[in-house]
Design a protein around this ligand. Sequence first.
Ligand code: ATP
Length: 231
Amino acid sequence: MILEVREVHAYYGKSHILQGVSLEVGPGELVTLLGRNGAGKTTTLKTIVGVVAPRGGSIRFMGKDIAGLPAYRIAAGGICLVPEHRGIFRLLSVEENLTMAARKDSPWQLDDVYRIFPRLKERRKNGGSQLSGGEQQMLAIGRALMTHPKVLMLDEPVEGLAPVIVEEIVAQLTQIKKAGMPIILVEQNLAVCTQLGDRHYIIEQGRIVHCAGNAEFLADDSIKDRYLGVN
Ligand code: ATP
């Protein structure tokens, strides 16, 4: 496994939010984390990257225990979170946003990112604030790639985007996955999850209550009904 999260607990003040979360992602695998609002999805990602301190449990990344390390060290080691609100620099151009993040040793250089996201190449001189929501999301993912991630974590990358843009981003994530990148995807859009995911975890009140491979997940409407309130 590339990343193994075992029985992790996390708190905001006295609120016990993660109550023993366990999940793992292997080489080239895309796993999704699904659950209702407030279930603890974003907190799980923030705990993996060290923004929220885990209390109890272990987080192993490429064989090393990283629980409790400062966030900058975890990021430098190659776990990259693309947050829900994208975090791009609005006053910098697309290309400046990308080159700022660049690492020489990354297999993803500017041309590789432009190959996956041709719209970013077209818009390379535009400022971040001139981009559409979908383009901002593409830029956030492209920028993450340039930092040489060994695991990519995406928090609701298609939320609020038009269906045609969602399809474009799904195709782009498929290419990134095919290049071998392990990915953890938090997403409420079930169609997106089942198009991309190898496995799916369902979180409820800070605990993983179900894990299923994609075929099993697709076949079993009761899972979706029971835990997600949809099918
Ligand atoms: P959503 O889809 O709504 O983002 P989520 O599954 O990502 O949901 P989290 O954001 O992880 O949920 O939140 C889990 C719980 O922690 C919720 O009850 C939320 O209100 C609470 N919470 C989140 N952030 C904080 C914070 N900074 N301080 C205190 N409580 C928080």
